[in-house]
Design a protein around this ligand. Structure first.
Ligand code: ASP
Length: 322
Protein backbone atom coordinates (compact mmCIF):
# COMPACT_ATOMS: atom_id res chain seq x y z
CA UNK A 1 0.00 0.00 0.00
CA UNK A 2 1.19 3.55 -0.81
CA UNK A 3 2.12 5.77 2.14
CA UNK A 4 1.60 9.53 2.13
CA UNK A 5 2.40 12.02 4.87
CA UNK A 6 -0.11 14.88 5.20
CA UNK A 7 1.47 17.92 6.83
CA UNK A 8 -1.06 20.46 8.11
CA UNK A 9 -0.12 24.15 8.38
CA UNK A 10 -3.58 25.72 8.91
CA UNK A 11 -5.62 27.93 6.55
CA UNK A 12 -9.34 27.89 5.80
CA UNK A 13 -9.22 24.13 5.15
CA UNK A 14 -8.67 23.72 8.91
CA UNK A 15 -11.08 26.46 10.02
CA UNK A 16 -14.48 26.39 11.68
CA UNK A 17 -16.68 29.30 12.64
CA UNK A 18 -16.42 30.03 16.33
CA UNK A 19 -19.42 31.87 17.82
CA UNK A 20 -17.15 33.06 20.64
CA UNK A 21 -14.74 34.84 18.27
CA UNK A 22 -17.44 35.80 15.76
CA UNK A 23 -15.46 34.39 12.81
CA UNK A 24 -13.67 31.32 11.49
CA UNK A 25 -10.46 30.25 13.21
CA UNK A 26 -8.08 27.27 12.80
CA UNK A 27 -9.65 24.19 14.47
CA UNK A 28 -9.32 20.94 12.51
CA UNK A 29 -6.45 18.57 13.29
CA UNK A 30 -5.11 15.54 11.46
CA UNK A 31 -7.49 13.11 13.15
CA UNK A 32 -10.50 15.27 12.12
CA UNK A 33 -9.42 15.11 8.46
CA UNK A 34 -8.85 11.37 8.73
CA UNK A 35 -12.46 10.79 9.88
CA UNK A 36 -13.83 12.82 6.96
CA UNK A 37 -11.65 11.33 4.20
CA UNK A 38 -12.82 8.38 2.07
CA UNK A 39 -10.79 5.16 2.53
CA UNK A 40 -8.93 4.81 -0.73
CA UNK A 41 -6.13 2.34 -0.18
CA UNK A 42 -3.48 4.89 0.83
CA UNK A 43 -1.87 4.69 4.24
CA UNK A 44 -1.95 8.23 5.69
CA UNK A 45 0.28 9.71 8.37
CA UNK A 46 -0.73 13.15 9.65
CA UNK A 47 1.74 15.63 11.06
CA UNK A 48 1.04 19.17 12.28
CA UNK A 49 3.57 21.83 11.26
CA UNK A 50 1.40 24.76 12.41
CA UNK A 51 -2.28 25.73 12.64
CA UNK A 52 -2.16 29.28 11.29
CA UNK A 53 -3.76 31.43 8.63
CA UNK A 54 -1.24 31.76 5.83
CA UNK A 55 -0.96 35.52 6.44
CA UNK A 56 0.83 34.56 9.68
CA UNK A 57 3.47 32.43 7.91
CA UNK A 58 6.83 33.67 6.64
CA UNK A 59 9.37 32.42 4.07
CA UNK A 60 11.54 31.33 7.02
CA UNK A 61 8.66 29.03 8.06
CA UNK A 62 8.53 27.88 4.42
CA UNK A 63 12.19 26.89 4.49
CA UNK A 64 11.71 25.01 7.80
CA UNK A 65 8.81 23.19 6.15
CA UNK A 66 11.02 22.38 3.13
CA UNK A 67 13.63 20.84 5.41
CA UNK A 68 10.99 18.72 7.15
CA UNK A 69 9.54 17.56 3.82
CA UNK A 70 13.04 16.73 2.55
CA UNK A 71 13.66 14.43 5.52
CA UNK A 72 10.30 12.67 4.98
CA UNK A 73 11.02 12.17 1.28
CA UNK A 74 14.31 10.47 2.17
CA UNK A 75 12.38 7.71 3.97
CA UNK A 76 12.19 4.74 1.57
CA UNK A 77 8.69 3.71 2.76
CA UNK A 78 7.13 7.16 2.06
CA UNK A 79 5.71 7.71 -1.44
CA UNK A 80 4.73 11.37 -1.28
CA UNK A 81 3.76 14.38 0.82
CA UNK A 82 0.61 16.52 0.91
CA UNK A 83 0.66 19.93 2.57
CA UNK A 84 -2.55 21.71 3.60
CA UNK A 85 -2.09 25.48 3.59
CA UNK A 86 -4.06 28.73 3.62
CA UNK A 87 -4.78 29.86 0.10
CA UNK A 88 -3.61 33.46 0.56
CA UNK A 89 0.11 32.70 0.42
CA UNK A 90 -0.02 29.06 -0.71
CA UNK A 91 1.66 29.80 -4.04
CA UNK A 92 4.66 31.39 -2.28
CA UNK A 93 5.33 28.47 0.10
CA UNK A 94 4.73 25.93 -2.69
CA UNK A 95 7.20 27.72 -4.99
CA UNK A 96 9.79 27.96 -2.19
CA UNK A 97 9.60 24.17 -1.79
CA UNK A 98 9.74 23.72 -5.57
CA UNK A 99 13.02 25.66 -5.70
CA UNK A 100 14.67 23.99 -2.73
CA UNK A 101 13.59 20.30 -2.88
CA UNK A 102 15.23 17.79 -5.17
CA UNK A 103 13.35 14.51 -4.66
CA UNK A 104 11.36 13.06 -7.53
CA UNK A 105 8.58 11.96 -5.15
CA UNK A 106 5.36 14.01 -5.43
CA UNK A 107 4.81 16.98 -3.10
CA UNK A 108 1.33 18.45 -3.36
CA UNK A 109 -0.19 21.57 -1.78
CA UNK A 110 -3.90 22.09 -1.30
CA UNK A 111 -6.35 24.16 0.73
CA UNK A 112 -9.95 25.29 0.58
CA UNK A 113 -11.98 28.42 -0.03
CA UNK A 114 -14.84 27.50 2.34
CA UNK A 115 -14.56 26.71 6.03
CA UNK A 116 -15.53 23.35 7.49
CA UNK A 117 -18.70 24.90 8.95
CA UNK A 118 -19.84 26.17 5.53
CA UNK A 119 -22.25 23.96 3.54
CA UNK A 120 -19.99 24.26 0.49
CA UNK A 121 -16.82 23.09 2.31
CA UNK A 122 -14.35 22.13 -0.44
CA UNK A 123 -11.59 20.96 1.90
CA UNK A 124 -12.20 17.22 1.79
CA UNK A 125 -12.54 16.90 -1.98
CA UNK A 126 -9.37 18.97 -2.45
CA UNK A 127 -7.49 16.95 0.17
CA UNK A 128 -8.67 13.61 -1.26
CA UNK A 129 -7.55 14.72 -4.75
CA UNK A 130 -4.20 15.95 -3.43
CA UNK A 131 -3.62 12.55 -1.73
CA UNK A 132 -4.53 10.80 -4.99
CA UNK A 133 -1.90 12.87 -6.83
CA UNK A 134 0.74 12.46 -4.12
CA UNK A 135 0.35 8.68 -4.20
CA UNK A 136 0.52 8.48 -7.98
CA UNK A 137 3.64 7.41 -9.90
CA UNK A 138 2.55 9.72 -12.75
CA UNK A 139 3.10 12.74 -10.50
CA UNK A 140 6.79 11.98 -9.92
CA UNK A 141 9.39 14.40 -11.31
CA UNK A 142 6.88 17.22 -11.82
CA UNK A 143 8.17 19.43 -9.00
CA UNK A 144 5.93 20.77 -6.28
CA UNK A 145 2.29 20.71 -7.37
CA UNK A 146 -0.86 22.54 -6.32
CA UNK A 147 -4.14 20.61 -6.51
CA UNK A 148 -7.27 22.72 -6.28
CA UNK A 149 -10.83 22.30 -7.57
CA UNK A 150 -9.91 19.15 -9.58
CA UNK A 151 -6.97 20.81 -11.35
CA UNK A 152 -3.25 20.07 -11.04
CA UNK A 153 -0.95 23.10 -11.32
CA UNK A 154 2.81 23.69 -11.34
CA UNK A 155 3.77 25.76 -8.31
CA UNK A 156 5.90 28.08 -10.47
CA UNK A 157 2.86 29.03 -12.59
CA UNK A 158 -0.14 28.88 -10.25
CA UNK A 159 -1.75 32.02 -8.83
CA UNK A 160 -4.70 32.71 -6.58
CA UNK A 161 -6.80 34.86 -8.90
CA UNK A 162 -10.15 35.12 -7.13
CA UNK A 163 -10.89 36.36 -3.62
CA UNK A 164 -14.02 34.20 -3.06
CA UNK A 165 -14.69 31.66 -5.83
CA UNK A 166 -13.99 27.98 -5.28
CA UNK A 167 -12.14 27.93 -8.59
CA UNK A 168 -9.67 30.40 -7.12
CA UNK A 169 -6.44 29.09 -8.70
CA UNK A 170 -5.30 29.41 -12.30
CA UNK A 171 -2.00 29.14 -14.12
CA UNK A 172 -2.22 32.19 -16.39
CA UNK A 173 -0.31 31.75 -19.62
CA UNK A 174 0.42 28.04 -19.33
CA UNK A 175 -2.81 26.54 -17.94
CA UNK A 176 -2.96 23.58 -15.52
CA UNK A 177 -0.73 20.52 -15.97
CA UNK A 178 -3.79 18.31 -15.83
CA UNK A 179 -6.98 17.34 -14.03
CA UNK A 180 -8.35 14.70 -11.70
CA UNK A 181 -11.44 13.23 -13.34
CA UNK A 182 -13.33 10.16 -12.16
CA UNK A 183 -10.66 9.49 -9.57
CA UNK A 184 -7.89 9.41 -12.19
CA UNK A 185 -5.06 11.79 -13.09
CA UNK A 186 -5.10 13.19 -16.60
CA UNK A 187 -1.84 15.02 -17.21
CA UNK A 188 -1.60 17.05 -20.39
CA UNK A 189 1.84 18.63 -20.04
CA UNK A 190 4.91 18.96 -17.86
CA UNK A 191 6.16 22.07 -16.03
CA UNK A 192 8.20 24.17 -18.44
CA UNK A 193 10.74 25.80 -16.16
CA UNK A 194 12.13 24.09 -13.09
CA UNK A 195 15.14 25.29 -11.14
CA UNK A 196 16.82 23.82 -8.11
CA UNK A 197 18.55 26.11 -5.61
CA UNK A 198 20.03 24.14 -2.69
CA UNK A 199 19.39 26.39 0.27
CA UNK A 200 20.19 26.10 3.98
CA UNK A 201 19.23 29.70 4.87
CA UNK A 202 17.43 32.50 3.10
CA UNK A 203 17.89 36.26 3.00
CA UNK A 204 14.92 37.99 4.63
CA UNK A 205 15.76 41.58 3.68
CA UNK A 206 14.20 41.53 0.21
CA UNK A 207 11.51 44.04 -0.80
CA UNK A 208 8.92 43.90 -3.57
CA UNK A 209 8.00 47.20 -5.23
CA UNK A 210 5.28 47.46 -7.87
CA UNK A 211 5.50 50.11 -10.58
CA UNK A 212 2.31 52.13 -10.96
CA UNK A 213 1.66 54.96 -13.38
CA UNK A 214 3.45 58.14 -12.35
CA UNK A 215 4.97 56.65 -9.15
CA UNK A 216 8.05 58.42 -7.85
CA UNK A 217 11.09 56.51 -6.58
CA UNK A 218 10.54 57.09 -2.83
CA UNK A 219 9.82 53.43 -1.97
CA UNK A 220 12.88 52.32 -3.91
CA UNK A 221 15.02 54.95 -2.19
CA UNK A 222 13.60 53.95 1.18
CA UNK A 223 14.51 50.28 0.65
CA UNK A 224 18.07 51.19 -0.34
CA UNK A 225 18.44 53.48 2.71
CA UNK A 226 17.16 50.63 4.93
CA UNK A 227 20.04 48.45 3.71
CA UNK A 228 18.03 45.69 2.04
CA UNK A 229 19.96 42.88 0.32
CA UNK A 230 17.59 42.68 -2.63
CA UNK A 231 14.71 44.45 -4.35
CA UNK A 232 12.23 42.95 -6.80
CA UNK A 233 10.67 45.51 -9.12
CA UNK A 234 7.34 44.44 -10.55
CA UNK A 235 7.66 46.43 -13.75
CA UNK A 236 5.30 47.30 -16.57
CA UNK A 237 4.58 44.88 -19.41
CA UNK A 238 7.69 43.13 -20.72
CA UNK A 239 9.92 45.02 -18.23
CA UNK A 240 9.72 48.81 -18.07
CA UNK A 241 9.94 51.50 -15.41
CA UNK A 242 9.42 55.28 -15.47
CA UNK A 243 12.62 57.04 -16.66
CA UNK A 244 13.07 58.80 -13.33
CA UNK A 245 13.57 55.41 -11.59
CA UNK A 246 16.77 54.62 -13.53
CA UNK A 247 19.29 56.67 -11.46
CA UNK A 248 17.94 55.14 -8.23
CA UNK A 249 18.14 51.60 -9.66
CA UNK A 250 21.71 52.32 -10.77
CA UNK A 251 22.54 53.60 -7.26
CA UNK A 252 21.09 50.42 -5.70
CA UNK A 253 23.23 48.19 -7.93
CA UNK A 254 26.26 50.38 -7.20
CA UNK A 255 25.64 49.65 -3.48
CA UNK A 256 25.55 45.91 -4.27
CA UNK A 257 21.81 45.54 -3.77
CA UNK A 258 20.53 42.70 -6.00
CA UNK A 259 17.78 44.20 -8.18
CA UNK A 260 15.45 41.75 -9.92
CA UNK A 261 12.84 42.60 -12.52
CA UNK A 262 9.50 40.76 -12.79
CA UNK A 263 6.37 41.89 -14.60
CA UNK A 264 3.17 43.12 -13.02
CA UNK A 265 1.36 41.27 -15.84
CA UNK A 266 0.15 37.87 -14.67
CA UNK A 267 1.95 35.90 -17.41
CA UNK A 268 4.80 36.16 -19.88
CA UNK A 269 8.54 36.58 -20.27
CA UNK A 270 10.53 39.83 -20.09
CA UNK A 271 11.99 41.71 -23.06
CA UNK A 272 10.87 44.25 -25.64
CA UNK A 273 12.09 46.08 -28.72
CA UNK A 274 11.67 49.60 -27.37
CA UNK A 275 14.44 52.16 -27.52
CA UNK A 276 12.86 54.74 -25.20
CA UNK A 277 14.19 55.57 -21.75
CA UNK A 278 13.25 53.13 -18.96
CA UNK A 279 12.47 50.21 -21.29
CA UNK A 280 13.95 46.70 -20.95
CA UNK A 281 17.29 47.53 -22.63
CA UNK A 282 18.07 50.19 -19.97
CA UNK A 283 17.37 47.79 -17.10
CA UNK A 284 19.49 45.04 -18.65
CA UNK A 285 22.33 47.50 -19.27
CA UNK A 286 22.28 48.52 -15.59
CA UNK A 287 22.74 44.88 -14.51
CA UNK A 288 19.21 44.19 -13.32
CA UNK A 289 18.53 40.43 -12.93
CA UNK A 290 15.58 38.96 -14.84
CA UNK A 291 12.72 36.86 -13.43
CA UNK A 292 10.94 35.67 -16.58
CA UNK A 293 7.47 34.13 -16.23
CA UNK A 294 7.30 34.73 -12.48
CA UNK A 295 4.99 36.98 -10.50
CA UNK A 296 6.64 39.59 -8.28
CA UNK A 297 5.76 37.63 -5.13
CA UNK A 298 7.40 34.47 -6.48
CA UNK A 299 10.41 36.41 -7.79
CA UNK A 300 10.84 37.73 -4.22
CA UNK A 301 10.84 34.17 -2.83
CA UNK A 302 13.39 33.15 -5.46
CA UNK A 303 15.64 36.13 -4.67
CA UNK A 304 15.47 35.38 -0.91
CA UNK A 305 16.46 31.77 -1.56
CA UNK A 306 19.11 32.67 -4.16
CA UNK A 307 20.73 35.35 -1.96
CA UNK A 308 20.86 32.88 0.93
CA UNK A 309 22.41 30.19 -1.25
CA UNK A 310 24.75 32.05 -3.64
CA UNK A 311 28.45 31.75 -2.89
CA UNK A 312 29.36 34.50 -5.36
CA UNK A 313 27.77 37.03 -7.72
CA UNK A 314 28.17 34.77 -10.76
CA UNK A 315 26.14 32.04 -9.11
CA UNK A 316 23.36 34.51 -8.24
CA UNK A 317 23.30 35.82 -11.83
CA UNK A 318 23.18 32.25 -13.15
CA UNK A 319 19.83 31.71 -11.40
CA UNK A 320 18.33 34.79 -13.11
CA UNK A 321 19.42 34.44 -16.74
CA UNK A 322 18.74 37.42 -19.01
N1 ASP B 1 -7.43 33.00 5.41
C1 ASP B 1 -7.02 31.90 4.68
C2 ASP B 1 -5.52 31.71 4.70
O1 ASP B 1 -5.01 31.27 5.65
C3 ASP B 1 -7.53 31.85 3.32
C4 ASP B 1 -7.65 30.46 2.87
O2 ASP B 1 -7.06 29.56 3.40
O3 ASP B 1 -8.41 30.26 1.90
O4 ASP B 1 -4.83 31.98 3.76
Amino acid sequence: MKRVVVITTGGTIAMKRSPMVGGAVPSLKGEDFLILLPREGVDLVFEEFSNLPSSHLTPVNGLELAHRVESILLMPDMDGVVITHGTDTLEETAYLLDLTLKSSKPVVFTGSMRTATNVGYDGIVNLANAIRVASSAEARDLGVLVVFDEEIHASSAVQKVHTQAQHAFLSPGSGPLGRIDGGRLWLTHHPAQRQHIPCARLEEMVDLIRVVQGADDRLLQHSIDDGVAGIVIEGLGGGRVPPWWLPTIAAAIERRVAVVLASRCSAGSLGDEYGYVGAFHDLRRLGVLMAHNLTGSKARIKLMVALGAARHDGELRGWFPA
